[in-house]
Design a protein around this ligand. Sequence first.
Ligand code: PMP
Length: 360
Amino acid sequence: MDRIFNFSAGPAALPQAVLEQARDELVNWQGCGMSVMEMSHRGKEYMGIQAEAEADLRELMNIPANYKVLFLQGGASMQFAMVPMNLFRGKASADYLNTGEWSKKAIKEAQKYGKVNVVASSEDKNFTYAPAQSAWKLDPNAAYVHYTTNETIGGVEIFWTPETGNVPLVADMSSDILSRPIDVSKFGLIYAGAQKNIGPAGLTIVIVREDLLGQLVPGTPTMFDYKIAADNDSMYNTPSTYAIYIAGLVFKWLKKNGGIAAMEKVNRAKAKLIYDFLDQSKFFQSPVAVENRSLMNIPFTLKDAALDDEFLKAAKARGMVQLKGHRSVGGMRASIYNAMPIEGVQALVALMKEFEQQHG
Ligand code: PMP
């Protein structure tokens, strides 16, 4: 069966080579006589798989030695709670930037643990841009500063790294981790759900500076303590072993394809095909400010929303699925993570062109 072009925002397309390797190794991993799914997480085979995944991620992202890499569960949504539980550290408030639906959820959860100061918001323009740092009202005594590097629903990405002095910078990178190089040393903590650019759902990756660990809000459950996870190499309890194995294969695939800098080049080329088309179109339109146009999630609208369903049907007929936009934005959204081949983007732009000719 031929594969389709899957533009889902997540769980999202995975590299075909990774799926094929997983298939080949499914029943009998590298001659050990069992599947990775069946391995004890304390056995040497699985311990090797997880250690290699961590080492490859450290290499890909150039993660400094004083940072812990944690393989957790519960999704990025659980991090909305774990971050304040672990990082408030007795301080009065935390700073949050509000750039859309995911920022809002992070803010709402943090408010359960302390005072949240919203440093700036783009709600005035329906979250179609990110406020410049000059407009942020940062508090030098904040416990940390939290922002969402890429708003998956709005398609708003922040390509610069905020300067927060001695206040730890915390980033939800769920939908743009591994898509372009970043300087990890500028961050106190980075988190990301796996199901977009890393691997299957059920795995959440946290990268955290060691000195931030161990000062929990009283009453925090053991499983929500980063230090417990760090001290136990993410094996305080049973980790999501199969998801970590697939993530490890994705990391190898990234290394083989030139690493994250090479990914960024391809990602920029893919996104440019769509944005260039949108900018000259009189029928399709991007709602997002030019400087914040996401390389990963591209929302666009049709001039006549009554044609949305027809466009989705035409896409499906050509093997392109999951293009319907989020209800809060409307229209379409093309999610084009690392694993989306440029051919998928070319097919989408060709369809948009023809659709405009017919209906424009
Ligand atoms: N943050 C961002 C930026 C997201 O895109 C998502 C999921 N779409 C989440 C948080 C929530 O992630 P999860 O479903 O893994 O809890």
